[in-house]
Design a protein around this ligand. Structure first.
Ligand code: KG4
Ligand code: ZN
Length: 340
């Protein structure tokens, strides 16, 4: 095998159809089609997501190749999200990647979506790359994990949510305030002009795990109580409400992350996943540099939310390792870190 690897990455685990082309760890193109249809329903509708993936996948892959300047015959492998995610959505990317790899007779590489979020940190875009071992707080719409990363393909989950994910908590809180889906970025925006005037207690959970469902309920009961007194309460106080719920969510995320830093002694700290686009989280993580003597790594926005560049990077390491996919394996809606 030559040293230079050109990889096409395909991501279709949830509601973004994405494709990217990389040469080793450098990204040549990174395209995503966001599905607007779900806004009307206040959350991702799986059946609509898979239909939209079918519509988007050909033009998105075509555009990724065109922008990269490479052609199909240049590709050394096709990496795709094999799971975890929505089954219907995964099936579209999986079938497409398998058919393409087989017709081109090149390696097919099965990528774990959550591991790929972590590996987005190894993308060579000029920003500092964390040395091993590092800790990664992965916070997305489906997962919340503190991961110890010892090597590109060697990761252990130290703690994770036992119910809702952090992004889900943001989205549900936003929905309670009457905001459209996905509410996370809107809470972030509103909070910029508000103060954390309402205190919600940080959940008490053992070890390095998280739980967000109790917090969601206390926010709901609080809103219901205040709305009984004044039905304009949410509209009048939306900035302070957003700042308050954001504060407790981020405080909780940071509380366990600090504990993981102390327990492992690891001072290289990364954040990944859609919620790492949150401006308050980014600020608080940065403060770990002064407060805990850490070095922190926060990816560019385009590599925080779901993207195919991270799939290319994960694919690159799997290809080097010779860990290739099997066309007979169906995608996995649930896929543990340890299962191959
Ligand atoms: O990683 P991601 O794009 O998709 C999943 O794999 O889930 O994460 C999406 C999640 C959504 O819950 C969205 O509301 C949240 O990330 N999110 C944010 C922000 N940007 C995206 N949450 C809070 N603040 C943001 N700025
Ligand atoms: Zn994701």
């Amino acid at each position: 095998m030559s040293e230079r690897k050109i990889i096409l990455g395909i991501e279709s685990s949830c509601d973004d159809t994405a494709a990217a082309v990389s040469i080793n760890n450098k990204i040549c193109s990174n395209i995503a089609a966001t599905q607007e249809i779900h806004r009307e329903y206040g959350g991702v509708v799986p059946e609509l997501a898979s239909r939209a993936h079918q519509t988007h996948i050909v033009p998105v892959v075509h555009q990724a190749l065109e922008r990269s300047g490479y052609t199909l015959s240049d590709l050394d492998g096709i990496a795709y999200t094999h799971g975890p995610g929505l089954m219907g959505s995964l099936l579209v990317g999986t079938s497409f990647a398998k058919a393409m790899a087989q017709s081109l007779d090149i390696p097919l590489i099965q990528v774990h979506h959550m591991k790929a979020h972590v590996l987005a940190h190894l993308i060579d875009d000029g920003s500092p790359i964390p040395p091993f071992p590092f800790l990664c707080l992965t916070v997305s719409g489906g997962h919340t994990q503190i991961i110890q990363v010892n090597a590109p393909l060697e990761m252990t989950i130290l703690g994770q949510t036992i119910d809702d994910a952090a992004g889900e908590a943001f989205d549900k809180a936003a929905k309670m305030m009457g905001l459209p889906y996905p509410g996370g970025p809107l809470i972030d925006q509103l909070a910029k002009d508000g103060e954390p005037a309402y205190a919600f207690p940080i959940p008490k959970i053992e070890g390095l795990d998280y739980s967000f469902s109790g917090l969601k309920t206390s926010f709901l009961y609080f809103l219901q109580k205040e709305m009984r007194n004044d039905e304009r309460f949410i509209e009048i106080h939306k900035h302070d409400l957003a700042a308050s719920i954001q504060q407790v969510l981020i405080d909780f995320l940071l509380q366990k992350l600090r504990r993981a830093i102390r327990e492992t002694g690891i001072k290289h700290i990364a954040v990944a996943g859609g919620v790492s686009a949150n401006s308050f989280l980014r600020k608080r993580v940065k403060q770990l540099e002064e407060k805990e003597g850490c070095t922190t790594y926060i990816p560019a926005f385009e590599y925080c939310t779901d993207n195919a560049a991270m799939i290319c990077t994960a694919g690159y390491y799997l290809l080097l390792e010779g860990d290739l996919g099997d066309v007979s394996k169906p995608p996995l809606a649930r896929w543990s870190f340890t299962e191959s």
